[in-house]
Design a protein around this ligand. Structure first.
Ligand SMILES: *[C@@H]1O[C@H](CO)[C@@H](O)[C@H](O)[C@H]1NC(C)=O
Ligand SMILES: *[C@@H]1O[C@H](CO)[C@@H](O)[C@H](O)[C@H]1NC(C)=O
Ligand SMILES: *[C@@H]1O[C@H](CO)[C@@H](O)[C@H](O)[C@H]1NC(C)=O
Ligand SMILES: *[C@@H]1O[C@H](CO)[C@@H](O)[C@H](O)[C@H]1NC(C)=O
Ligand SMILES: *[C@@H]1O[C@H](CO)[C@@H](O)[C@H](O)[C@H]1NC(C)=O
Ligand SMILES: *[C@@H]1O[C@H](CO)[C@@H](O)[C@H](O)[C@H]1NC(C)=O
Length: 342
């Protein structure tokens, strides 16, 4: 059980660290990226003919513009870097809104368009795997992601099996290796030959106890085993110590915001939402006010604010106001928290 939770922490915790590489130099390239992760896109190779290029999102928003090997426009510069010498664009903190079709338009020195290549960037939720073949298995799925549940191994005895949710709703029924019922078929697939059930687009309603009932050829029940599926929100991290930081949280998930470092001059500060609502007030490194305390925690020693169960209303501009020992305000820095969901 602890091992499983540990694995989950790794899976969800590193979701902002998953890095994918995609070669986008062929027209029509498909790139898949994990929510919260980083993508390294190979957009172009230098050649003599190419003088300038622009990279557009959905054919109408210019993300990048490079001329004579100089980056003149990079609308994602806060979370990306483009290296003209090798043509790679590294974008981090991937969010649902990055899901789009992009096109690279290439121009020669006379301003003539010499090529266009399209690229589809598909953002995917976190995928978890769980072996549910032991009675009492504890499995985890990430909200918006995919879970692959190993339900059964083919053996000679088992002829049919049903998979029930909360002991009353039959999700799946398989007989003689043929799927006769799959109530989740729009977002799942079950493969009888390997017994794996792959469920996409995980939502809170999937959080339940499931049981697998197996039958022999004469219709006698031979076994039942239970599996608990627990759904968790995606966790993202953001360093908010620079004025103007752009952070994002996944709807229903958790965001860990680095607000301050203890070695900064101050030990008294408050954190405001939209300049009007005081979320947090810390004096001499003691939390005196936390108006979101039922779903958050602030740790003064490392300056991180952990907010869970994220909702659309958390989408706001926040500002940290710091005070010196005489109570004078010494600085303010802003942070934009953008909530993303499907
Ligand atoms: C491209 O250059 C950047 C910056 O020097 C480097 O970090 C990156 O690894 C390079 N990528 C490739 C594919 O060569
Ligand atoms: C099960 O399926 C196999 C192959 O599809 C078939 O040959 C066999 O007769 C079936 N068994 C029963 C009991 O229907
Ligand atoms: C599943 O998809 C079909 C069409 O592909 C649609 O008619 C049906 O309503 C969907 N069912 C659910 C439960 O979403
Ligand atoms: C969650 O999934 C269930 C089952 O497919 C579906 O009926 C329900 O509409 C979904 N809820 C949300 C919020 O997507
Ligand atoms: C992106 O995520 C990294 C951690 O993976 C963090 O250090 C950085 O501050 C984040 N940037 C933005 C703009 O949110
Ligand atoms: C990028 O960050 C700077 C400060 O670090 C901020 O002034 C600017 O508005 C941000 N730009 C975007 C596009 O997020």
């Amino acid at each position: 059980m602890e091992a499983v939770i540990g694995l989950l922490m790794v899976l969800l915790g590193v979701s902002h660290g998953v890095e994918t590489y995609c070669d986008g130099r062929q027209d029509g390239a498909q790139c898949f990226v994990a929510l919260g992760g980083t993508v390294v896109l190979q957009l172009i190779t230098q050649d003599e003919e190419t003088y300038a290029y622009g990279w557009l999102k959905n054919n109408n928003f210019r993300v990048l513009y490079v001329k004579n090997n100089k980056v003149l426009v990079n609308e994602l510069k806060n979370r990306s870097s483009f290296t003209p010498s090798n043509g790679t664009f590294r974008i981090s903190n991937i969010s649902w809104t990055d899901n789009a079709e992009y096109s690279l338009r290439i121009f020669d020195v006379y301003g003539r368009e010499i090529a266009t290549q399209k690229l589809q960037l598909s953002i995917q939720g976190v995928e978890t795997y769980c072996d549910g073949r032991q009675d009492g298995a504890q499995c985890f799925g990430a909200l918006g992601g995919t879970v692959v549940l190993q339900l059964i191994t083919q053996d000679e005895e088992t002829y049919a099996y049903g998979w029930l949710k909360n002991n009353n709703f039959r999700v799946l029924y398989v007989k003689n290796n043929t799927v006769l019922v799959n109530e989740l078929k729009n977002r799942s697939s079950f493969t009888p030959s390997n017994g794996a059930f792959r469920i996409n687009n995980i939502n809170w309603t999937d959080n339940a106890e499931y049981s697998l009932q197996t039958f022999n050829q004469d219709g006698y029940q031979i076994a039942t085993r239970k599996l608990q599926l627990s759904i968790q929100g995606v966790e993202t991290y953001c360093d908010g110590r620079q004025d103007g930081a752009q952070c994002f949280g996944a709807l229903g998930g958790t965001v860990v915001l680095q607000l301050i470092t203890q070695d900064e001059e101050t030990s008294t500060y408050r954190w405001m939402k939209n300049e009007s609502f005081r979320v947090l007030y810390v004096k001499n490194n003691m939390v005196l006010v936390n108006n979101l305390k039922n779903r958050s925690s602030f740790t003064p020693s490392n300056g991180t604010f952990r907010l869970s169960n994220i909702s659309w209303t958390d989408n706001a501009e926040y500002s940290l106001q710091t005070f010196n020992q005489d109570g004078y305000q010494i600085a303010t820095r802003k942070l934009q928290l953008s909530i993303q969901g499907k």
